[in-house]
Design a binder for this molecule. Structure first.
Ligand SMILES: Nc1ncnc2c1ncn2[C@@H]1O[C@H](COP(=O)(O)OP(=O)(O)OP(=O)(O)O)[C@@H](O)[C@H]1O
Ligand SMILES: O=P(O)(O)OC[C@H]1O[C@](O)(CO)[C@@H](O)[C@@H]1O
Ligand SMILES: [Mg+2]
Length: 961
C-alpha cells in the first residue's frame, strides 16, 4: 500500500495536535515503525511508503542561508552516512531501508518527545507521525519546536491519498482530518525487530540508589526510542528467564523510584550463574526475550560475573545454536553481548571508580549511628566498638573514621600483627583519654584482618580495650541498617546520571568497543573498560590474600590512599612527634567568611590536627575579618578544644560576610604582621573569594600578605569560580531533598497537588537543579534561565496533562523547585496561585519555604570527609609555596605581583572535572568570574538541567537568548 503525505508549507504557527501524551505513548509502544518528519519554513518535505521503503524527500528553497545547517541536521536525525547520495539537483531523495526506519524513530521520536538536542535554534517545525502503513496519525505543533499534545481520541485514522503535494493544506487541516476521521486503523502486529531492547538488572547486595539507576535507564531508553526491560531478581532472573523475570517496562512503572530505597526489581546472590550452565541458560533467555543490551548495576562480584558472561558469550551462543536452542537467525543477530556496568554496592570496593552507588548512603547511616553513640558514650565515659559492613574493603570504616574522628579503625587493606595493633590502639586510646577525651570509638570493618589474615572481630577488640585499658566497653554491630533507607542526594544523582550515561554507552557501542563500566572520578563521569576494572579489583583481593599489603595499597585508588594517610595524620596529632624539622614549621591561620555551610568545622578541625602532626602552629581567626580587625580575635587551636567539631554543623569559629576592605584591611595586615603568619586558609563562599582577591591585590602595599593564601570554597550556592564543588552543597542538597521528599509525600497523598518550593542559592541554580534531579521534580526554575510566560504556561500545560493522565489514581505528587532569584515577580505564592487558577479545579498548588533549613544541621559525610581532604591539601599548598614566596619577598622593592610564580601563591582549591586543582585567584577573578552576578562565567551543571527535564518529560520552550 502506498500513502502519500501532502507537502506542507511549514510556516504555519498554529498549535495542532491529535492525541494526548498517554495516547501517544500507547501508540508508540503499539507500533514499532513510526516516522516523524520535520517541516521547516525553509522548505518542504514528503514521505512516501513504497514496498518496504520509506522515501523521504526534502526540498529546500534555493540559496537559503540556513540550508546547509538544516541539511546537516536532517542528515543527523536520519542517521545517514555522509556517503549516502541523498541529494539530487532539484529535490533531495533519501531512501531508508525498513531497518533504517527504526533509526529515524528512535532518534526523532525519542528526541522530539523530550525536546532534547533538537534543532530549535534552526527553525520552527511541524511534525507528522506516520504509521508503518503510511497513515498520518498525528501532526504536532510548529512554533518554537514545542509539540503540544492535548487530550484527544487516540489513533484516529487519517489516510491521505492525494498524490499531488498541496501547499495550501495547512497542518490544521491535516490535524482536523485526522481527528475527525471515524476510522481507526487496523493495528498491525507489534514488530520489535529493529528497535533496540535494553535490559537492566540489579545484583548482589541491594544499595540505596539502585532504583534511581533503574528509573534513569528505563526512561532514557524510552527517550532514545528503545524498549526498556528489567530483569527481576538479579542473575537469578536471567537463569530462570521468561516474561515473569525479563519484563518490558514503561515510563510510568518507574515513577517516584528515585526516592525509594532498596531495589524494586529485586536482587539475589545466584550461585547457578557462577557456573557455565547457569550462564548458558541466561544467554538463551536474554535472546528469547529479544534483549540487545544488558546493564548490570551491582558490586564487584556482579560485574565480575558480567565480564565473564561477556567474554564467554561467543561460546555460549555457539553451543545454543548447535543444540538448537536458538535459531540461526538469532545466532547471527546476537553475535555480541552489549553489556555495561553501573557500580551499585555499599562497599565501594570496585577499582577505577571513586564511588559506587549506595556507598555514601551507607556511610550516612553509619555516621548518624556513631553520632548517636557518641552521646551515650560521653555520658558514661564509655568505649564503643562499632562494626560496619564492607566484606573485603575498608572504605566504609575508613571514611566513617574520618567523618566521626574515631580513635582507631580496622580495615583489611592495612593489617598489622596482633601485637602491633593491640599496642598501637591502646597507646592512641590511652593518650586520648589522658588528654581528657571521655569517649572512645573504634570502627571495625566486617572484613578486618590481622597481618596473618586471621579475622579481627569486634569481640577481639572489645577484649583488649577491657583487659588492657579497663574501659567500660560496648559493641554495636550496625548490620543491615547500613543498607536500608532511601538514598542520599549524591547517590540519587550519581545513579541517575550514570543510568543516562549507561544507555548512551550501550547505544554508542560497536562490536569493537570494549564493554564499559560507568565510573566517576572526582566530579566527572567516565567510561572505563569493564574488563580492566574487574581485573584491577581482583588484583587487590589477590594481593591481600598473598599478604602483599603494600601492593594492595598501591593498587587501590589514589583517593583511598590519600584518605588513609589523612586519617593517620589527623589521628596522630596529639601523640606522635611532629613530622617536620623546626625550621620547616609554620604558623598557619584559618578564617571562615560568608554564610555557614556543612563541612566547615571539619575543614578547620582537620587543618588544625594535620598542622599539629606536621609541627605547624594552627591559628583560628574568630568571627571573620571584622572579628580580627575590631577585636584581635586570634587564638591558637588546641586538640582538646576541637573535640567533636568534625560532626558539627555551622561554624565553630564564627563567620560573617564582611570582606577585608569593609573590615579594615590595614588593621588586618597589622595583625598578620604581629602574629607572623606564614600562610592563610580561607573557608567560605563568594565573599571569601572576594576576600582572597582583596588580600592578593593588597600585597603591593602590605608585605604581611606576601604569604601563600588558599581558599577552600564552602557555600551551598556552589557559585565560587574555580570549583565544581563547594563544601556545604552536599549537606544543603540533602536537607532540601529530605524536605522535598516529605512534602512530595503529602502532595501524593492528596493526589491532585503540586508544591512550589523556594530554593536558596543566590544567583546560582545549582541547588535547585540538583535537588530537582534527586527528587524527580517536574520543573526547576533557576536564575540562569528566569521564568518566561511561555515556559510557565507550557509547564502548567504539562502538569495538567500529567494529572489528567493519572486521573486521580496512584501516588501522584508534583514538585516545582524555584530558585529564590529565578524571578522577583513570580514568588512561590504567586506561582502557586497562578497554577491553581490555570488548573481550573483539576488540581491545586501550594507554596513551601524551607528557608535556612537548607544550610543543614549535621554536615553530611561527604562534606565532612571532603572538608578534611581539602584542608589537608590546603596545608600542603602552603608548605610547598613557602620557597617561591620567600624568594620574591626577599627584595621588597622588586616584589612583582604579576610574576606568575607569585600570583600562583594565592589560589582557590577546587574540584574541576576529574581533578583537584589550585587555580590562581588572579586568573579566576579577572577572567572567569561574572562579578555582577557573583557567578562563574561557565556553569558546569548546565548539562544536568537537560537530563533532569528529560527524565520527567518536561517540554522546554525555546528562548532567544
Ligand atoms: N566470578 C563470578 N562469576 C560469575 N558470576 C559471579 C561471579 N561473582 C559473582 N557473580 C554473580 O554476581 C552475584 C553477586 O555477587 P556478590 O554476591 O559478590 O555481590 P556484589 O555484586 O559484589 O555486591 P555486594 O558485594 O555489594 O553485595 C553472585 O551471586 C553471582 O550470581
Ligand atoms: O546481606 P547479605 O546478603 O548477607 O550480605 C552482606 C554483605 O553484603 C554487603 O553488604 C555488600 O552489599 C557486604 O558489606 C556484606 O558483607
Ligand atoms: Mg562485592
Amino acid at each position: 500500500m502506498t500513502a502519500d503525505i501532502p507537502l506542507i508549507n511549514g510556516t504555519s504557527q498554529c498549535t495542532v495536535a491529535t492525541f494526548s501524551k498517554a495516547a501517544y505513548e500507547e501508540t508508540v509502544s503499539f507500533y514499532s515503525h513510526f516516522l516523524l518528519l520535520e517541516v521547516q519554513p525553509l522548505g518542504t518535505s514528503s514521505a512516501i511508503l513504497t514496498n518496504g521503503h520509506i522515501d523521504v524527500r526534502v526540498t529546500f528553497e534555493e540559496n537559503s542561508e540556513k540550508q546547509s545547517a538544516v541539511e546537516a541536521r536532517v542528515k543527523a536525525l536520519a542517521g545517514v552516512e555522509d556517503s549516502h547520495d541523498w541529494r539530487s539537483e532539484a529535490s533531495e531523495s533519501l531512501v531508508f531501508k525498513t531497518s533504517d526506519i527504526q533509526q529515524v524513530k528512535s532518534r526523532i521520536i525519542g528526541e522530539k518527545w523530550q525536546h532534547q538536542a533538537y534543532p530549535t535554534d534552526l527553525f520552527p517545525m511541524e511534525l507528522y507521525v506516520v504509521d508503518p502503513v503510511g497513515n498520518v496519525i498525528g501532526v504536532t505543533k510548529t512554533k518554537n519546536a514545542v509539540s503540544t499534545m492535548p487530550t484527544a481520541p487516540p489513533l484516529r485514522k487519517g489516510v491521505f491519498t492525494s498524490t499531488a503535494p498541496s501547499k495550501t493544506q495547512s497542518s490544521v487541516d491535516i490535524a482536523k482530518s485526522v481527528a475527525t476521521s471515524q476510522h481507526y486503523p487496523s493495528l498491525p502486529e507489534k514488530s520489535q525487530k529493529d528497535q533496540k531492547a535494553i535490559a537492566v538488572m540489579t545484583s548482589g547486595g541491594d544499595a540505596p540508589g539502585m532504583n534511581a539507576n533503574v528509573r534513569a535507564i528505563v526512561r532514557t531508553a524510552i527517550f532514545k526510542g528503545c524498549r526498556p526491560y528489567v530483569v527481576m531478581e538479579g542473575y537469578e532472573g536471567l537463569v530462570r528467564g521468561g516474561p515473569e523475570y525479563i519484563r518490558e517496562c514503561t515510563w510510568e512503572d518507574v515513577r517516584g523510584w528515585s526516592s525509594e530505597g532498596g531495589t524494586n526489581i529485586g536482587t539475589a546472590r545466584c550461585m547457578e550463574f557462577k557456573e557455565r550452565a547457569g550462564r548458558l541458560k541466561g544467554a538463551q533467555h536474554l535472546i528469547e526475550a529479544g534483549v540487545d543490551a544488558l546493564i548490570v548495576c551491582g558490586g564487584d562480584g556482579s560485574l565480575t560475573g558480567a565480564d565473564l558472561f561477556r567474554s564467554e558469550w561467543p561460546s555460549l551462543i555457539k553451543e545454543l545454536k548447535e543444540t538448537k536452542r536458538i535459531s540461526e537467525d538469532d545466532f547471527n543477530r546476537y553475535q555480541h553481548l552489549n553489556i555495561c556496568g553501573t557500580v551499585g554496592s555499599i562497599d565501594n570496593d570496585m577499582s577505577t571508580t571513586d564511588s559506587t552507588i549506595g556507598a555514601y548512603s551507607s556511610l550516612d547511616r553509619i555516621c548518624r549511628a556513631v553520632d548517636y553513640i557518641e552521646a551515650t558514650a560521653n555520658s558514661h565515659s564509655r568505649a564503643f566498638v562499632v562494626e560496619v559492613m564492607g566484606r573485603n574493603c575498608g572504605w566504609l570504616a575508613l571514611m566513617a573514621g574520618i567523618a566521626t574522628s574515631a580513635d582507631y579503625i580496622f580495615i583489611p587493606e592495612k593489617p598489622a600483627s596482633s601485637r602491633e595493633w593491640q599496642d598501637q590502639m591502646c597507646d592512641i586510646v590511652a593518650k586520648h583519654r589522658a588528654r581528657g577525651k571521655r569517649t572512645t570509638i573504634v570502627i571495625v570493618a566486617e572484613g578486618a584482618i590481622a597481618a596473618d589474615l586471621t579475622p579481627i572481630s569486634p569481640k577481639d577488640v572489645h577484649k583488649v580495650l577491657v583487659d588492657r585499658l579497663q574501659l567500660d566497653t560496648r559493641v554495636t554491630t550496625l548490620g543491615h541498617v547500613q543498607r536500608g533507607g532511601t538514598a542520599v542526594a549524591f547517590d540519587r544523582i550519581l545513579a541517575t546520571l550514570q543510568g543516562v550515561e549507561a544507555v548512551n554507552a550501550v547505544l554508542d557501542s560497536t562490536p569493537d568497543t570494549p564493554s564499559p563500566l560507568i565510573a566517576i572520578n572526582e566530579n566527572k563521569l567516565v567510561r572505563k573498560p569493564l574488563v580492566d576494572s574487574v581485573r584491577l579489583t581482583k588484583s587487590v583481593a589477590d594481593a591481600i590474600q598473598a599478604k602483599d599489603f603494600k601492593k594492595a595499597m598501591a593498587l587501590r585508588d589514589s583517593e583511598f590512599v590519600e584518605h588513609l594517610n589523612n586519617f593517620m595524620a589527623i589521628n596522630s596529632a596529639d601523640h606522635n612527634p611532629p613530622k617536620l624539622p623546626h625550621d620547616k614549621r609554620l604558623k598557619i591561620a584559618i578564617v571562615n567568611v560568608g554564610a555557614p555551610a556543612g563541612g566547615i568545622n571539619s575543614a578547620v578541625y582537620s587543618m588544625a590536627t594535620y598542622c599539629m602532626s606536621q609541627g605547624h602552629r594552627p591559628y583560628a581567626i574568630y568571627n571573620g575579618w571584622s572579628g580580627l580587625a575590631r577585636h584581635e580575635s586570634v587564638r591558637s587551636l588546641s586538640w582538646k578544644s576541637m573535640l567533636g567539631w568534625q560532626s558539627r554543623g555551622g561554624s565553630e569559629i564564627g563567620t560573617n560576610r564582611v570582606t577585608p576592605e569593609e573590615a579594615d584591611i590595614g588593621m588586618i595586615a597589622y595583625y598578620f604582621q604581629k602574629y607572623k603568619f606564614d600562610g592563610l586558609i580561607i573557608v567560605g563562599g563568594f565573599e571569601a573569594f572576594v576576600s582572597l582577591h582583596q588580600l592578593e591585590r593588597a600585597r603591593e602595599d602590605y608585605p604581611a600578605f606576601r604569604i601563600p593564601m588558599v581558599l577552600i570554597p564552602a557555600t551551598l550556592s556552589n557559585n565560587v569560580p574555580g570549583t565544581e564543588y563547594s563544601l556545604g552543597t552536599d549537606t544543603a542538597l540533602n536537607a532540601l531533598m529530605d524536605y522535598c521528599d516529605v512534602i512530595k509525600q503529602s502532595a501524593a497523598s492528596t493526589r491532585g497537588r503540586a508544591f512550589v518550593v523556594d530554593v536558596q542559592g543566590g544567583n546560582s541554580g545549582f541547588l535547585a537543579t540538583n535537588a530537582g534531579l534527586a527528587v524527580g521534580a517536574q520543573v526547576s526554575y533557576v536564575p540562569e534561565e528566569g521564568i518566561s510566560l511561555e515556559q510557565l504556561s507550557q509547564d502548567i500545560e504539562t502538569l495538567s496533562e500529567s494529572f489528567a493522565t493519572a486521573g486521580g489514581r496512584g501516588r501522584f505528587g508534583k514538585l516545582i523547585l524555584k530558585s529564590h532569584n529565578a524571578s522577583k515577580v513570580f514568588t512561590p505564592e504567586v506561582l502557586a496561585e497562578v497554577i491553581t487558577a490555570e488548573a481550573k479545579g483539576q488540581f491545586d498548588a501550594k507554596s513551601a519555604i524551607p528557608g535556612h533549613v537548607q544550610q543543614g544541621g549535621l554536615p553530611s559525610p561527604i562534606d565532612r570527609t571532603r572538608g578534611a581532604r581539602l584542608a589537608i591539601r590546603a596545608v600542603g599548598f602552603i608548605e610547598s609555596h613557602q620557597e617561591a614566596i620567600r624568594k620574591a619577598r626577599a627584595d621588597d622593592d622588586d616584589f612583582d605581583l604579576d610574576d606568575k610564580d607569585v600570583s600562583a601563591t594565592a589560589a582557590v582549591l577546587g574540584i574541576r572535572g576529574s581533578h583537584v586543582v589550585f587555580s590562581s585567584i588572579r586568573q579566576l577573578y579577572d577572567f572567569e568570574t561574572e562579578l555582577s552576578k557573583r557567578m562563574p562565567k561557565v556553569i558546569h551543571w548546565e548539562g544536568t538541567r537537560a537530563i533532569a527535564d528529560h527524565l520527567v518529560g518536561r517540554k522546554k520552550v525555546e528562548t532567544n537568548n
